[in-house]
Design a protein around this ligand. Structure first.
Ligand SMILES: [Zn+2]
Length: 449
């Protein structure tokens, strides 16, 4: 949803070398602001002359403070909390009277018309795509954060969380990539297990290097107190599993790490048993991207976590993750499952009434893929697609508990390679043993009370 406001006015030659404030009202609930401007006889460069028109652009917020300035070098700027054009602050677009600064640097005409087009992009609940687990050259990755950001936009991601191992230094150097929200994080990495701490530039003080589970838990607790979100990473990974007791505080479980393989399926089954025992912990996915295997197998943003949030800000995304408003999909472009009950989405708790219904929708369920909806007793229903097509179904909810949906498929080349690689590296028996069906997309539950 967006709204455009056009402001046009004349400048006379007498206003030469003056600044003018052009007021405009920012309405409520704006996520991003775009300002474009144009004027006749535009011949902008910085060489002074009375024979050309040059109008500069700058912006003041609702308190009259500088937001930024771009001289006459650009004709369009974007501003938001997670990304702003170079030269402008990243900031919330707060309701109130803001001002465009019109700088009349050079003017040749008696009168000149300047036109500003202001576009307000409103906050709106939607699924935002992101990768929650990434490594750069700041730890053992091979890409710079800038390169990762470019890859993220290419895949159509809205956000990415940087989680280099045991170091927060990268968080001081997060790059600015147009329309990408880059969230700080650290993968607290121990020989006995890994956790991601999201949202804080420095989630704990002192050192990561501890030698007991109690001290490790203290670091997690400190991060949590500072406002970081805690994710238990790849607990059943054959290479770097969780070796301590699994009973400790976390906001999320990374049930899907890198390409789908049996290690991830084990984690999903463990999470399912946790869910059946009454524990409501958000599931998320993260690619754990370090490098592209053999320069061709690129698992960046695989899987993708889709987060239902009102705005693409750090707070909104982390809050939605905490609430379980997430769906994990094989990639940023693969089949998405929309599971809802009235206005409620995954992660929400719905009050059960006599006619509570739930709705499941997949835009493009691929041929041979099977959509399954589960509740606390097992499968509610199952549908195998005979051809690639949209699928939609409404069904009644008659009992307290939960529902949750997933898509299953036969293993593909990526999962076969990943599985083979893990078996080879960890010297497992049965290198070529058959791989059963794997999950292709999975939702968090909707709970009914
Ligand atoms: Zn890890």
């Amino acid at each position: 949803m967006e709204k455009k406001v056009v402001i046009s006015f004349n400048i006379s030659k007498e206003q030469h070398r003056q600044y003018f404030k052009v007021p405009f009202d920012v309405p409520k609930d704006v996520e991003a602001l775009e300002i474009a401007y144009s004027y006749s006889g535009d011949q902008a460069d910085s060489i002074p002359s009375e024979k050309k028109n040059v109008i500069d652009l700058a912006l003041l917020d609702q308190n009259g403070n500088d937001v930024g300035a771009s001289g006459s070098s650009v004709r369009q700027i974007t501003l938001s909390e997670s990304y702003s054009s170079p030269g402008y602050k990243k900031l919330p677009i707060t309701e109130g009277k803001w001002h465009i600064l019109c700088g009349v640097y050079m003017i040749k005409d008696q009168s000149l018309t300047v036109t500003y087009t202001i576009t307000f992009k409103f906050k709106k609940y939607r699924y935002l795509k992101g990768d929650t687990h990434l490594h750069s050259i700041y730890s053992d990755g091979v890409k710079t954060m800038q390169e990762l950001g470019v890859m993220a936009r290419k895949q159509g991601l809205d956000f990415m969380i940087m989680t280099d191992h045991n170091s927060a230094i990268h968080n001081e150097h997060l790059p600015d990539i147009p329309h990408l929200n880059i969230i700080p994080g650290v993968e607290l990495t121990h020989y006995y297990g890994h956790v991601n701490l999201w949202g804080k530039k420095l989630p704990y003080k002192g050192s990561f290097a501890v030698n007991s589970f109690d001290d490790f838990k203290s670091l997690i607790e400190e991060a949590r107190q500072s406002g970081a979100i805690v994710s238990l990473n790849h607990p059943y990974c054959s290479l770097c599993p969780w070796r301590w007791d699994l009973d400790f505080y976390r906001d999320a479980i990374e049930v899907w790490n890198g390409p789908m393989r049996l290690d991830n399926m084990k984690t999903i089954e463990w999470w399912r048993s946790e869910l059946l025992s009454g524990k409501k912990t958000t599931i998320i996915g993260g690619s754990d991207y370090h490098f592209t295997f053999f320069k061709i197998f690129n698992f960046f943003a695989r899987p993708t976590t889709r987060v239902y949030a009102k705005a693409n800000t750090k707070e909104d995304i982390l809050d939605a993750i905490k609430k379980g408003r997430c769906v994990i999909t094989d990639s940023a472009k693969s089949s998405m499952i929309y599971l809802s009950s009235g206005h409620n989405v995954v992660g929400d708790t719905v009050k059960l009434t006599e006619n509570t219904k739930a709705h499941v929708k997949v835009d493009k369920l691929k041929k041979g893929h099977t959509l399954i909806v589960n509740n606390q007793h097992g499968q509610v229903f199952k549908y195998k697609a005979k051809k690639t097509a949209p699928f939609e179904k409404e069904f009644d909810i008659t009992e307290k508990g939960f529902i949750q949906a997933e898509i299953w498929r036969k293993p593909n080349l990526a999962s076969r390679l990943a599985e083979f690689g893990v078996r080879y590296v960890t010297k497992q028996k049965g290198l070529f043993k058959k791989i059963p069906k794997l999950i292709f997309a999975i939702t968090n539950p909707i709970y009914f009370e």
